[in-house]
Design a protein around this ligand. Sequence first.
Ligand code: ARG
Length: 285
Amino acid sequence: MPATDVTPAVRRDRRREATPRRLLMCRPSHYGVVYSINPWMNPEKPCDRDLALAQWEQLHDLYTSLGHTVDVIDPVPGLPDMVFAANGATVVDGKVLGARFRHAERTAEGPAYLSWFRARGFDDFLWPEFINEGEGDYLLVGRRILAGTGFRTDPRSHAEAQEFFGLPVTGLTLVNPRHYHLDTALSVLSDDEIMYYPEAFSPGSRAVLGEMFPDAVLASAQDASVFGLNAFSDGYNVILPEAATGLAAELRERGFNPIGVNLSELLKAGGSAKCCTLELRSPRG
Ligand code: ARG
């Protein structure tokens, strides 16, 4: 190894393999920015639903072209944010933890998503006692769960999730309102790799992430500000906003295949690729 290599621990030659996933998405047929529950949302600013639909279709078709199975839930009129399927539940080992939203504008989405699961035979489900916004704040890395709090998910939900899934849950506190969900500040790349934006986390949580993932990809303020961390990885392909060019270069360097997408209309509600995507993980074995 050349003496100039200061990060010898990072395996840049690691073999990458995509594994096919089952995903749930929701077409933005009733999408719009009609209220504001995060700093990205400005109901005064024009938002083009047809363009949102076209951008969403592109994401949907990209997933299927990569070999993933995409289920689609019917959008409900009056729930403009339902397109953000990541918030609809958390599904691990075939078990479904329902979502309970913080804001009244989105509360009806929780039962809507849970009924979809019940109708499809997901019998092992929990209607939660505490507020949690699904995979917006719960991210699975290998066999452990990283759990956001600070803006949406109640920290008491973390214990509820740990008990329900029987997996270790590590709580992380978000401090920057532009990164109000964990999946806007951190992205899972493989069973043991993540990328994140340190400034979005409290000092203690930043230290925890440093302990757990010393080789993580760290995002610049620039890449974080274009929602570059709102990414979906299948272990090889990483779908992320195309404006996050720094992250894409670093991912390529590490053997991933970054694929940039443009979801400009959905960004107006504070969401991008990962927010539109909920992973349905089957029972083990
Ligand atoms: N407007 C939505 C909200 O503020 C956006 C949700 C984005 N979803 C996500 N998984 N980060 O709740």
